[in-house]
Design a protein around this ligand. Structure first.
Ligand SMILES: [Zn+2]
Length: 105
């Protein structure tokens, strides 16, 4: 598979795909094209997921929050806000677990 490495910290592009995390501010510059492409793809996916059957109460709140965090992570990634991306990824992971437990994801 095609991979690419940050010249500064050595992080692989495939690592970013897996974790959504960047190793240093230069990663953002080195991977910029790929990051933007990935986000465009994931935005399409988010739209698709948005057509989910109706949820109510807590389920709905959790799912809305999940989508909001995904969106915010995209914005943080595009803006290169690294510490925020890391925090959001952790929150998203946690929320995804909960949604899976409830059979929503
Ligand atoms: Zn780097």
């Amino acid at each position: 598979m095609y991979d690419k490495y940050c010249k500064t910290c050595g992080r692989a592009l495939s690592e970013f795909y897996r974790t959504y995390m960047l190793g240093c501010p230069d990663c953002y510059e080195n991977f910029y094209t790929e990051i933007v492409k990935t986000l465009k793809k994931s935005q399409g996916k988010t739209c698709h997921v948005g057509k989910m059957p109706k949820l109510s109460g807590v389920d709905r709140e959790l799912y809305t929050e999940y989508e909001r965090l995904l969106k915010e992570r995209e914005n943080a990634t595009l803006g290169g806000r690294f510490s925020r991306i890391k925090q959001l990824s952790e929150d998203i992971e946690e929320l995804a677990q909960e949604l899976k437990r409830r059979g929503i994801l």
